[in-house]
Design a protein around this ligand. Structure first.
Ligand SMILES: Nc1ncnc2c1ncn2[C@@H]1O[C@H](COP(=O)(O)OP(=O)(O)OP(=O)(O)O)[C@@H](O)[C@H]1O
Length: 251
């Protein structure tokens, strides 16, 4: 995939061959600017590819997918909407879900309340985004990404803007959501501890144009806890990934 068109544009992704199983939690790590976000854009249908193939659920990706939930580094909640109204937003704006939202509004509102409860935002449904901390806003943005019960959740450094304590707390929140709902996740992160804590499999991407250069299954038992991040196994996995990133950066 090349920004600005094949030829004299910027090649962003080269041979990024990977296959993700339904319900799997995958993390992608690699040097800055290597093409990780571009891979997410390809998978979600936001960017077309010049050659190769992208398939989700067996179907070729030809345009933006509606069965995908996305969350980014910044929560980007609409400031004039309450927390609950922000979470419900995708159901109102998406053509696919609008009709179901109107017909089963009470059920969807109840689902939003349930999600907000799981992420610890019970009681904040009526608050405006500016009344929430950064971590609370990011929790709400996770709920918004999940309100239409997507089969696939794409996360682009969702916790990068948060302080270390909040970030680690949200690893647990995301793990719990995933263990309950079993959607497929692709997480782009620079944080190797985050990748090992959350993922079933970690992919290392080369310098731009991105290629998958290393794949590491993470067989640690779940639920993973913060205490477990100090175990020898966990630390070894993080060091192993760090070595691979070091090699990629030096290449
Ligand atoms: N809209 C764009 N137009 C032109 N070039 C772009 C655009 N977006 C990204 N690029 C280029 O494509 C390359 C890959 O970008 P991408 O955002 O996928 O990298 P990344 O691995 O997610 O980076 P980071 O880790 O810093 O977020 C970058 O080197 C960047 O220069």
């Amino acid at each position: 995939m090349t920004y600005g068109g094949a030829g004299n544009g910027t090649p962003a992704v080269a041979e990024a061959s990977l296959k993700i199983d339904r319900g799997e939690f995958v993390a992608m790590v690699g040097p800055s600017g290597c093409g990780k976000s571009s891979i997410l854009k390809i998978v979600s249908g936001l960017m077309p590819i010049d050659s190769g193939a992208a398939r989700v659920d067996g179907q070729a990706v030809n345009g933006p997918l509606t069965m995908v939930g996305m969350a980014f580094q910044n929560a980007t909640l609409l400031p004039w909407r309450t927390t609950l109204e922000n979470v419900l937003l995708p159901l109102e704006v998406s053509k696919t879900h609008r009709r179901s939202f109107r017909r089963k509004k009470a059920a969807h509102i109840a689902a939003a309340h349930d999600l907000l409860k799981i992420v610890g935002l019970e009681g904040y449904e009526g608050h405006a985004p500016h009344e929430l901390s950064g971590g609370m806003q990011q929790r709400a943005s996770l709920c918004r990404a999940l309100i239409h019960a997507p089969d696939l959740l794409l996360l682009d450094e969702p916790f990068a803007a948060l302080d270390a304590f909040t970030r680690e707390e949200l690893w647990g929140v995301l793990q719990e959501l995933w263990m309950r709902k079993k959607f497929t996740v692709v997480l782009v992160t620079h944080d190797l501890r985050e990748a090992v804590y959350l993922a079933d499999r970690v992919y290392v991407v080369s310098k731009r144009p991105g290629r998958i250069v290393y794949e590491r299954p993470i067989a640690l038992p779940r639920p993973r806890t913060l205490e477990s991040t100090f175990d020898g196994n966990f630390v070894d996995l993080v060091h192993g990934l760090r070595d691979h990133i070091g090699e990629v950066r030096a290449a």
